[in-house]
Design a protein around this ligand. Structure first.
Ligand code: FMN
Ligand code: NAG
Ligand code: NAG
Ligand code: NAG
Ligand code: NAG
Length: 455
């Protein structure tokens, strides 16, 4: 008996992937292209791509590889817009550190990448095999009292019409289609109501606050957000003044002065009272539009840091709904967030756009998780480019992760279509990585599957 040495036997459920009734190759492909709802899963996006090419000679709207995606967006976008998104503070060392914290050794032809080899931290996935894994993995997780199909959130990103005229309308729609949270920035180029409409009734919507220096204005922004169904408040605490952004400085490029990324201010009734006019009225002058635009920027990036002691002012309006601090990098600040009654923190350095020479965001994640796990919901962003990156951040203990630049580069490719493609690609690659690492659900995606290797 060959089976004598087996430790045990169990019946692993099997499911029918393809209809036995298929009469032709086309029938088989059709089952893959139009899967029944119960067999629909993120990783079937790769089959959709292969079979679209096979049947319709049609390839994806944008590259699936991040470097090629960014390069392609760079060709499409005006130089100002591309640099605004790609750039960071100073020498952009923090932008680079965010990537290096995931994996230093890149296959680059550039001799300057050699210094990566000596970096001390490198996270690698150590997969397991021969486990009962089915095509549809359970990636769902409860975040702030909502069962999400996957713990993946659109990071707050302002001025999205720089990347396509549909801007936030397109990205909020695409995240809504997947039932994943969309975060509207205070610097958005679309107002609360329009983004809510395109996001879709009942979908999870978050609002990111750049905390105005004026309390009446703050209350007004928050009340409108609540009225439009935004249910989590993300308070960004690392950008109360703009970092030293060299690409933009060299051109004097400041999109807000041109009326982009100020829609929330332009639409606000309290701002209208304070200014004495509505810059969106049909008879408003260009001068008024510029004044109202600048007023919004100046009042929201005030050059004075917010402080813990004033958080009650937000609670007073936001009530018991979740409030999350975005831009936390130190264990001490995460512990203070517990003490001050916050619901969560997002480990982030603003994509390296604020401080040059700062630590890579992923490097700071494990210690913060260890200090506050269970007391706070811990989000993460900074440098996520692939499904494997999502896996690593979750394995290191993040409750959820946020997508930033990849979605913008997708948006540059025909708006909604490209943004959807990039989101679906990341979800597919993530689900594949979970499965190929031997996991059937997120509860199995733990530190045990990650090894820290020296450069
Ligand atoms: C073009 C651009 C605009 C951004 N605007 C905002 C914003 O309005 N509010 C905010 O909290 N973070 C903003 N961020 C930071 C993102 O929320 C997120 O922290 C960052 O993009 C993560 O880095 P990654 O995109 O490189 O992964 C912005 C980032 C970019 C690239
Ligand atoms: C496949 O082709 C259909 C029809 O043209 C299109 O709607 C769909 O988006 C394509 N899917 C992919 C993954 O490219
Ligand atoms: C998926 O995982 C979540 C969270 O662990 C759990 O609550 C849910 O019951 C699981 N769903 C299925 C279909 O197993
Ligand atoms: C969580 O959601 C449930 C159902 O959607 C609701 O009844 C409950 O009040 C919510 N709890 C909190 C703390 O928001
Ligand atoms: C525009 O019209 C409104 C109301 O009709 C009026 O109060 C305001 O003064 C007008 N603004 C300008 C710039 O003419």
């Amino acid at each position: 008996m060959k089976f004598h040495n087996l430790l045990g036997r169990c019946i692993v459920p099997s499911i029918v992937l393809l209809p036995a009734s298929a009469q032709s190759a086309h029938d088989l492909l059709d089952a893959v292209l139009n899967p029944s709802p119960e067999s629909l899963h993120y990783s079937s996006y790769s089959s959709a791509i292969y079979f679209n090419a096979t049947l319709f000679n049609q390839t994806p709207v944008a590259p699936t590889n991040y470097d090629r995606l960014e390069a392609s967006a760079k060709e499409i976008l005006p130089r100002n817009a591309y640099d605004y998104a790609a750039g960071g503070a100073g020498l952009e060392k923090t932008v680079a550190s965010n990537r290096q914290a995931f994996d230093q050794v890149t296959y680059s032809t550039s001799p300057t990448s050699l210094h990566h080899i000596n970096c001390p931290l490198k996270w690698n996935i150590l997969p397991r095999v021969m486990r009962p894994v089915l095509p549809a993995r359970n990636l769902s997780r409860v975040i702030f009292n909502r069962t999400l199909p996957a713990p993946i959130v659109m990071a707050p990103v302002g001025v999205q019409t720089l990347f396509h005229p549909d801007g936030e309308r397109a990205t909020s729609k695409v995240f809504g289609e997947e039932g994943l949270p969309f975060t509207l920035s205070t610097a958005s180029s679309t107002g609360f109501a329009d983004a809510a409409t395109s996001n879709g009734e009942g979908n999870p919507r978050w609002y990111q606050l750049y905390w105005p220096s004026d309390d009446d204005l703050t209350r007004s922004y928050l009340r409108t957000a609540l009225a439009e169904g935004y249910e989590v408040l993300v308070l960004t605490v690392d950008t109360w003044d703009l970092g030293w952004r060299t690409r933009d400085l060299d051109r004097g490029y400041f999109p807000f002065a041109g009326g982009v990324g100020v829609q929330i201010g332009l639409e606000d009734p309290v701002a209208h009272e304070q200014l004495g006019f509505n810059a969106l009225a049909p008879n408003a002058t260009a001068e008024q539009l510029q004044m109202a635009s600048l007023y919004h920027v100046i009042v929201t990036s005030r050059g004075i840091s917010p402080v813990w002691e004033n958080l009650w002012k937000l609670r007073e309006v936001w009530g018991d709904k979740p409030i999350v601090l975005k831009g936390v990098q130190s264990v001490e600040d995460a512990e203070l967030a517990v003490k001050w009654g916050l619901d969560g923190v997002i480990v982030s350095n603003h994509g390296g756009r604020q401080i040059d020479g700062a630590v890579g965001s992923l490097t700071t994640l494990p210690a913060i998780v260890e200090a506050v796990k269970g007391k706070l919901t811990v989000g993460f962003d900074g440098g996520i480019r692939t499904g494997a990156d999502i896996f690593k951040a979750l394995a290191l203990g993040a409750d959820f992760v946020q997508l930033g630049r990849p979605i913008l580069w997708g948006l540059a490719h025909e708006g909604e279509r490209g943004a959807r493609h990039v989101l679906k690609s990341l979800l597919a690659e993530f689900e594949l990585t979970v499965g190929l690492s031997g996991c059937q659900s997120l509860t199995e995606v733990t530190k045990d599957l990650i090894v820290k290797t020296e450069g």
